[in-house]
Design a protein around this ligand. Structure first.
Ligand code: NCD
Ligand code: ZN
Length: 344
């Protein structure tokens, strides 16, 4: 079996920087036309100048004749002002602003401590149509790690939408039924991204026969009933839901540790893994909308004119890939993926 799709885009990607970026970029560039690049570098990308420099480093690292285009984001802090938002918007290469609650995930220490501190930035974003991309988890230690998304929706997102009723907002890497319902309740300006790993795995994968650090990510994998709700949303043909891998490379030693980092790496087989998920519900005909159309429409960008081919063929994922001078362990390491990317 063969599937031809308009070239897809990845609306949530961690590329890192320098040598690590050089190691992973080709996986994404082989599959996707564009990607929204997350700004959570060790020194976060908090202003337009830093985003311009980071974008240039990505362009310089691309394989020759790659058609891939990075779409940059700014990292929202307590101090981001309206003037910076306007500068970012006018740059033409910054397409969104990312909200990390301080302490929620990797490199989020400089994130937002109180939403009130962001009002002037959010007002400027609402005015110029710049989307807010949300890592939707509360950080309060008394809230159970499996409930953090649900509580964030009630405590933070619902009031935020009431205050900024026309702000474009993407709930990133949705992991719960409540996250899906939040997006469905919102107007056309509210959308959500879904990762391949949250469509394919439930939380048992973290504990299968022992503790599996390579299945630890944030938001953490949830129960099977939530996975089923995500898969239904992804394959349902609703343009509010589109592809965002959240592929997040970490060195093997940083994950196989007494305090392992959060993140799954899926860029090596991203669109192939989504094809597996859509096949589970026999809805491969809906993959192109989800992967190649709805995200571009939400961001007001044209669809890609190129195409990719997917073949229904098994291949074995390597045990590891290089990550700078270290290595990373990809999703399905040493195991089989059931779709293969055809030659272009
Ligand atoms: C991401 C990372 O490593 O940068 N990790 C993750 O588990 N998804 C950060 C994030 O998106 O939360
Ligand atoms: Zn992410």
């Amino acid at each position: 079996m063969k599937l031809v799709l308009k070239q897809p885009d990845d609306w949530h990607l961690h590329l890192r920087d320098r040598e690590a970026m050089h190691s992973v970029l080709a996986h994404t560039a082989a599959r996707f036309g564009r990607a929204i690049i997350m700004p959570n570098l060790r020194t976060p990308v908090t202003d337009t100048g830093a985003a311009r420099d980071y974008r240039q480093r990505i362009l310089d690292a691309l394989p020759a004749n790659a058609g891939f285009r990075p779409l940059m984001t700014l990292y929202l802090t307590d101090n981001t002002d309206a003037a910076e938002i306007i500068r970012a918007h006018e740059s033409g290469y910054i397409h969104a602003v990312k909200l990390y609650p301080a302490g929620a995930t990797t490199n989020s220490a400089a994130g937002v401590t109180r939403m009130e501190n962001t009002w002037s930035a959010l007002e400027a974003m609402q005015d110029c149509g710049m989307p807010l991309l949300v890592h939707g988890e509360v950080t309060a230690p008394e809230v159970d790690v499996f409930d953090r998304e649900m509580v964030f929706i009630d405590k933070i997102l619902e009031p935020l939408l009431r205050r900024f009723p026309t702000l474009k907002l993407v709930l990133e890497h949705i992991t719960t039924r409540q996250g899906i319902e939040f997006v469905l309740r919102g107007g056309d300006q509210v959308a959500g991204t879904l990762t391949a790993h949250h469509l394919l795995l439930n939380r048992n994968a973290i504990f299968a026969g022992g503790i599996r650090p390579h299945h630890y990510c944030l938001p953490i994998l949830k129960r099977e009933a939530h996975r089923e709700a995500l898969l239904e949303a992804a394959t349902g043909g609703n343009p509010k839901f589109f592809l965002g891998t959240d592929s997040a490379p970490h060195a093997r030693h940083a994950k196989e540790s007494a305090c392992g980092c959060a993140g799954l790496y899926t860029s090596h087989a991203a669109i192939e893994l989504y094809a597996e998920a859509f096949e589970q519900l026999d809805r491969l005909d809906r993959l192109e909308g989800f992967a190649s159309v709805f995200g571009a429409d939400f961001y007001g960008l044209p669809h890609n004119e190129t195409q990719i081919t997917l073949l229904k063929e098994d291949w074995q994922v390597p045990e590891s890939y290089p990550l700078g001078s270290a290595e990373l362990v990809p999703m399905r390491a040493g195991e089989v993926v059931h779709w293969r990317l055809g030659a272009q």
